[in-house]
Ligand binder design. Sequence first.
Ligand SMILES: [Zn+2]
Length: 129
Amino acid sequence: MFDNPGCHERFFSSREIMLRTIHLLRLNHIHGGYNSLESPLSAMTWDEDFVRLACIEFLVETAIFSHCQTCEPGEEPWNKDWKFVSNIPGFSESSLQCQCLYKHPSFAGKRTMTETSFQAIQRNTLFDW
Ligand SMILES: [Zn+2]
């Protein structure tokens, strides 16, 4: 399913985009600008050497935002976290991480048939990936 040329190309294209993004963020930082980078907490992005190095060099502030802490009233909270790293001093203090005593339902998404929208679905209902 994931071991095909199309999947490999998307993976390496995403990596190249992230590498170039880090270069731009570093350049912005060198010239005194503030910036941040976001990706899901579980993303492979955080395992890339060049991302880890940037987090040591200048994106030193980390904040994690959990869906349950940021969703609208009445919205079902998902087991989903976003990680932000930034060079904004004190940014880490804005973190809103889940501290609930139970586990929220898993979150997953897929493109619809038109590939123009994104549909959130519970992981236990996935049969057509
Ligand atoms: Zn929670």
